[in-house]
Design a protein. Structure first.
Length: 548
């Protein structure tokens, strides 16, 4: 026969039992401690009350004015009796610095010496003591009356020990009643809270909740997308492995509890994370990534925090850029195919008209023009990817009515570029610079874009693109590289991203990117990228590139 083991009690039930016992122990213990310390606490409370009354009387302007009169008791005695009546102290004695009373609950004691210590008060300090005076043992406070920097009198306020004992007895009775009520209310409240907890935990025990937490942590860190949780003060409350990778935060770096502003992120990205309004699919650039950021505030009547998700679209953005270039190339090829068909029809028509020589001359001239453009680009730029890019961009620019020229001093041989400088990054840099220049040159009297690609003696690759457009405002020479900055009419998404991607790629390879005014009045963008030291293999590559 199989014996069924009892199921572990749920977490709510365990908490209820523990809290009920804890409340009972606390209430009973507090009652016992309070009973033992009632007298001391009552005396302390009486001392604080007497001190407050004495200080209030000593600070009263009317008291100082009465002291200056010839007969201070005439006005101070009724004032002191009124204070005793209104503040629940047993006496208020106002005296001169020698201790001669001006006031006393017993008028016969006026003019006699005060029974108690006054030395500390004469030094400018307020103190309390328990002393047996004319009214019996009392807890009293003594404080000086200051007129400027001069002590012109003393004030003593006190409560009789007999009165304090009566108060302590009343407090004990009230404490026992409150303790009983607290125990009952605590038990009821604990039951209600744990009933709700039982619903939220679905009756699971601690081990089951712990197992669920382990699964939650494993799933959280397995997600490749970045997840960042911020508290109400925009401090990092949680960050998963994907978030650390996308934000460039090392696994050993403790960022939990730090403000977002202290993470060293780009200003635009930091501003998005600190914004109170939600952000949806915003594109932001870091040092080497393009991120899509979504933020969602967690609020319930007040700002409690923000949930941030991060997606890496660096590869996607690069592919989109290549797709845009391919789309442009396709449109240029379509237009050229249309033009080629027109030229072919012209050749055929010349042959049909019996003018074969003119047909041959026409066809040869077109071929020589196309071959001359190809030879010019390939002779200047032997690197195949950049050469293909320049040929495609030249055709694309011509279709838009812009002349694209590769300068004669351009010289970039095949095999010169290091493996650490991938062709995709070069396409991003030069392609975006050319697209930006073509857009700027459109609409001018002589739209022209000039491209220079060469290496200098410092083993740097120089990519320089100039245009005949309106140029860049000197005040915008830095802002032009920021994501979202554009002077173009609003259009599809991606505006203001090209130059930001260029700067990102240049910075990733340790280069520099500058913008100045061109000779023709437009803008001149120059990217400088460090290269490796040329080797024998590179020299052979240059020789092959030179004979291409």
């Amino acid at each position: 026969m199989r014996i069924a083991l009892p199921k572990p009690r749920s977490l709510a039930a365990q908490l209820f039992a523990m809290q009920a016992v804890l409340i009972a122990v606390l209430v009973v213990g507090y009652a016992l401690v309070s009973h033992v310390g009632d007298r001391s606490q009552a005396e302390d409370a009486a001392g604080r009350q007497a001190t407050a009354v004495a200080l209030s009387v000593a600070d009263s302007p009317s008291v100082r004015e009465s002291i200056r009169t010839a007969d201070p008791s005439a006005t101070l005695q009724p004032y002191a009796l009124a204070v005793v009546r209104d503040t629940d102290v047993d006496f208020v004695t106002i005296m001169d610095p020698r201790g001669i009373r001006w006031t006393h609950p017993d008028p016969d004691q006026i003019g006699l010496a005060f029974r108690g210590h006054t030395a500390a008060a004469l030094e400018g300090r307020t103190f309390t003591e328990t002393y047996t005076g004319t009214l019996g043992p009392s807890v009293r406070a003594v404080t000086p009356v200051l007129d400027g920097d001069r002590i012109v009198g003393l004030v003593s306020a006190g409560i009789r020990v007999e009165e304090i004992s009566q108060r302590a007895q009343g407090q004990l009775t009230a404490l026992l009643a409150a303790a009983s009520a607290a125990l009952g209310i605590g038990a009821i409240g604990t039951y209600v809270i744990n009933a709700r907890l039982r619903r939220h935990t679905h009756g699971m025990n601690a081990s089951e909740l712990s197992r669920m937490h382990d699964y939650h942590q494993a799933a959280l860190h397995a997600v490749r997308e970045g997840l960042l949780m911020l508290d109400g003060q925009y401090r990092v409350a949680l960050i998963n492995d994907g978030g650390r990778e996308l934000l460039g935060v090392g696994p050993e770096e403790d960022v939990v509890g730090r403000s977002v502003a202290e993470l060293g992120l780009p200003a635009a990205l930091t501003g998005a994370l600190l914004a109170s309004a939600p952000r949806v699919d915003e594109v932001h650039l870091t040092a080497d990534r393009v991120l899509v950021v979504n933020t969602s505030p967690v609020s319930g009547g007040e700002q409690r925090g923000t949930v941030v998700t991060l997606r890496d679209v660096t590869e996607l953005q690069s592919l989109m850029g290549e797709l845009d270039s391919e789309r442009g190339f396709t449109q240029a090829l379509r237009s050229q195919a249309h033009e080629a068909a027109n030229r072919l029809h012209t050749v055929v028509s010349l042959i049909e008209l019996g003018r074969a020589e003119e047909a041959v001359d026409f066809a040869t001239a077109e071929l020589e023009l196309a071959q001359a453009l190809t030879d010019q680009v390939v002779a200047a730029v032997g690197e195949p990817v950049l050469a293909a890019l320049l040929l495609g961009k030249t055709a694309q620019a011509n279709e838009r009515g812009v002349e694209l020229v590769v300068t004669p001093d351009s010289r970039l041989d095949d095999g010169l570029l290091p493996d650490t400088l991938p062709a995709r990054d070069l396409v991003t840099i030069l392609g975006n610079l050319i697209d930006n220049a073509v857009d700027a040159a459109l609409g001018g009297m002589n739209p022209r874009v000039t491209v220079t690609a060469l290496t200098d003696a410092r083993a740097e690759l120089i990519l320089r693109v100039s245009d005949t457009g309106p140029g860049v405002d000197p005040d915008h020479t830095e802002a032009v590289f920021q994501r979202g900055f554009t002077t173009k009419p609003s259009g599809p998404g991606g505006r203001g991203l090209g130059l930001a991607l260029v700067r990102q790629a240049v910075s990733r390879h340790g280069g520099t990117l500058t913008v100045t005014s061109a000779q023709d009045g437009g803008a001149r963008f120059e990217a400088r990228l460090p290269l490796r030291t040329p080797t024998a293999g590179a020299g052979a590559g240059r020789a092959r590139g030179g004979t291409a």
